[in-house]
Design a protein around this ligand. Structure first.
Ligand code: C2E
Ligand code: CA
Ligand code: CA
Ligand code: CA
Length: 279
């Protein structure tokens, strides 16, 4: 019965979820979850590979079902995208992230960048800019502390429209990251016109290093490319010391992954924050 504090890491199996929600549509269950506060954010720390200091964090959504336990976002985000619920859900994530970060600041803690994932359905000019503006103004979080992650495939699907949206977001002062990079067929000329601050190398490449020489070369090439374009690089899915050391040698700026920490609840994240230095 004593399962330990790390049980929140384990998702309910796909079969259990399918079985349990078959009588009630998953859509209704999700709507209910959003209203009944069954959704939660966990925070995964990111570390500066040069200094070892906390450099930021990524917010990841969790659905804590009263009977099934944790349901993976990989299971419910696609459904929420299909039925449009992701817009309200994404708005909740943004506000929760901004308010939590601002609460930490008001408690005298030094808060690094806090990154939020955006869905393709949120990535619409008017809607998104308004959502972000409101989340920032109602929380009071300074814009430069908020980072928005958009996947390479979402950006590249309609590059011209994406450039416009990213420019507008940039005007608000937020940081912009291209997520899952390396999986979405960007061309160099397209990448060049995007106002991005951060490039996140997809976990699939990090997985293969240092053993897979192709992945090593790809990761290294992506890093050179990012640096030339003035972006900082985050490696996601860092699981071993060997991966971390090689990334360090390659000049990768920031690491994120189980090697450093799993995504953790707000209280545990708060414990990692240092008091603001006065003077
Ligand atoms: P992502 O944005 O690529 O997020 C990284 C995923 O990798 C997270 O899975 C994280 O827990 C996992 N991860 C982190 N470090 C490691 C590692 O060292 N090894 C391995 N194997 N995995 C690692 P998670 O939390 O299950 O989220 C899955 C995906 O769901 C995310 O992928 C993202 O696309 C989506 N997602 C999560 N939260 C949100 C959200 O608030 N909004 C939207 N639109 N999508 C979200
Ligand atoms: Ca992400
Ligand atoms: Ca990612
Ligand atoms: Ca990914």
């Amino acid at each position: 019965k004593e399962l330990g504090k790390n049980t929140y890491q384990f998702y309910a199996s796909e079969m259990n979820v399918a079985h349990h929600v078959s009588h009630l549509s998953l859509e209704n269950a999700l709507r209910f979850a959003l209203e009944r506060k069954q959704l939660q954010l966990v925070y995964q720390p990111q570390y500066d590979l040069l200094t070892g200091q906390l450099a930021g964090m990524e917010c990841l959504i969790r659905w804590c079902h009263p009977e099934l336990g944790l349901i993976s976002p990989a299971q419910f985000i696609p459904i929420a995208e299909e039925n449009g619920l992701i817009v309200a859900m994404g708005d909740w994530v943004l506000n929760e992230a901004c308010h939590t970060a601002q609460q930490w600041r008001l408690a005298g803690l030094e808060v690094p960048r806090i990154a939020v994932n955006l869905s393709v359905r949120q990535f619409k000019p008017l809607l998104l800019v308004n959502q972000i503006k409101l989340a920032l103004s109602s929380s009071g979080l300074p814009a430069h502390l908020l980072e928005l992650e958009v996947t390479e495939s979402v950006i590249m699907k309609r590059v011209n429209e994406a450039v416009e949206i990213l420019r507008e977001l940039k005007l608000l002062g937020v940081q912009l990251a291209i997520d899952d990079f390396g999986t979405g067929y960007s061309s160099l000329s397209q990448l060049k016109v995007l106002p991005l601050d951060v490039l996140k190398i997809d976990r699939s490449f990090i997985e293969g290093i240092p053993a897979n020489q192709d992945d090593v070369v790809i990761a290294e090439t992506i890093m050179i490319l990012a640096r030339k374009m003035g972006m900082s690089v985050v490696a996601e899915g860092v699981e071993t010391a060997k991966q971390m050391q090689l990334l360090q040698k390659m000049g990768c700026d920031v690491g994120q992954g189980y090697f450093f920490s799993r995504p953790i609840p707000a209280l545990e994240m708060q414990a990692l924050l240092k008091p603001i230095q006065s003077n």
